[in-house]
Write a protein that binds this ligand. Sequence first.
Ligand code: B12
Ligand code: SF4
Ligand code: SF4
Length: 402
Amino acid sequence: MNSSPPSPGEPVDRSAVSEAIRGEARRIGFELVGIAPAGRPESLDHFSNWLDSGFDGQMGYLSRRRDAYDHPDGVLPDSVSLVMLGMLYRSADEASMGEASVEQDSPSTTIPARVARYATGTRDYHDVLRERLSELADFAHGQLPGCRTRGIVDTAPLLERDFARRAGLGWFGKNTMLLDRHFGSWFFLAALLIDQPLDPDAGDQTDHCGTCTACLDACPTNAFPEPYVLDARRCISYLTIELRDEPIPTELREGLGDWVFGCDICQEVCPWNRDAPATSEPEFEPVAGLGDADVLDLLKLDETGFRQHLGPTPLERPKRSGVVRNAAIVAGNSGRADAVEPLAALLDDDEPIVRGSAAWALGRIGDATALSALRQRRPVENMEDVQHEIDAAIEAASAGSP
Ligand code: B12
Ligand code: SF4
Ligand code: SF4
């Protein structure tokens, strides 16, 4: 294979260039690589129906750019090829512990708060992948002088899983994740769009879910109205990250369990993830405070502490009010009496969504101290929504307290 750039005037050997780009992508750290031709996404109609059903909730950025999804031209005008890329992020520890890593014994002085594993590394994955994409783009420009490229991770109007499937990176699982038989689903996707023809991959799209329904059965908030369809409004990932400046619907709070940011359940139960290999990226290994987050610490975060500890991480997205709101709900779900004091302090927080969720949590824990804090706060609370939360919490706590 000849991967040296063509001399001026020399015809481009598309097949050799395609192979060179695949090889370079692997060298840069993308374990999964494939090439898809630009065109109408195969699941565009499904995407449209999904938006029409309102399953996107508050993620208005999806419907606002609806037309741009028709063709990758909406992202890079005159695009012809998409190099679809996947990078593993499961940490070595988790991979070696298998599913046992999910349930760990915690010292009784902490209340475990789970953060989805894609977000526990030292750096935000968008930054890591963008850096690598730019390396790959430089290489492509060397191979195809004068070409135009654009690297994409997440934020552009492109159905990444659709093109990744077409490029042979895997199949759509019933949990909607893109899955590979060897790599499972613990990988990020990225795309490098190019305005030049490359040799596409055959794209094996065989579905290997069979009769399994483990992910659908395990989802604690029943977020799958049917296989292959996710109602994001019920998904913990959406509720804890994307739903901002609003309370989490009361009927879904219990389902959060101990998740303060994102959720991995429908991937953890997937048999194809059991022996999935670990990442080789040190930046995706969990850092202290995220891989082993403690609700009691999160409840005490003020704006300064939040910016200091979580500002440079993906947890910045839901802002301090979102993270503390989520932590309060997890505290309530834990039923732990040692959460009452920090929760009671939050009844006085500037943010109504924090006060409301703290009230709910106190009602759930429901001991005498929690009840007294709620009763004390009620006459001074001036927001109607929070008053309702406190009333409901007092009722719940009174039912359990003498
Ligand atoms: C919006 C979004 C979300 C939303 C909605 C998720 C969803 N399932 O739609 C929320 C916030 C809930 C979310 C959660 C998560 N996300 Co997200 N998300 C996105 C984003 C930005 C857009 C996805 C989108 O357009 N959804 C709309 C639906 C309709 O499209 P779709 O799911 O991509 O495609 C499905 C349909 O087309 C369907 N389909 C196709 N044809 C047909 C035909 C029929 C008849 C039917 C029924 C269905 C069907 O199958 C496809 C695959 O399932 C993508 C990045 C991107 N630009 O693509 C990341 C992305 C999908 N997310 C990702 C990740 C990692 C996650 C989480 C694991 C994070 C976490 N741990 O909390 C969870 C997983 C939840 C889940 N089971 O999907 C990765 C997935 C990687 C992979 N291996 O699949 C992506 C690709 C980001 C990235 N660059 O790596 N996410
Ligand atoms: S990420 Fe969690 S809440 Fe969302 S669909 Fe999967 S199991 Fe359900
Ligand atoms: S848990 Fe089962 S049904 Fe769900 S994605 Fe994995 S193999 Fe498919």
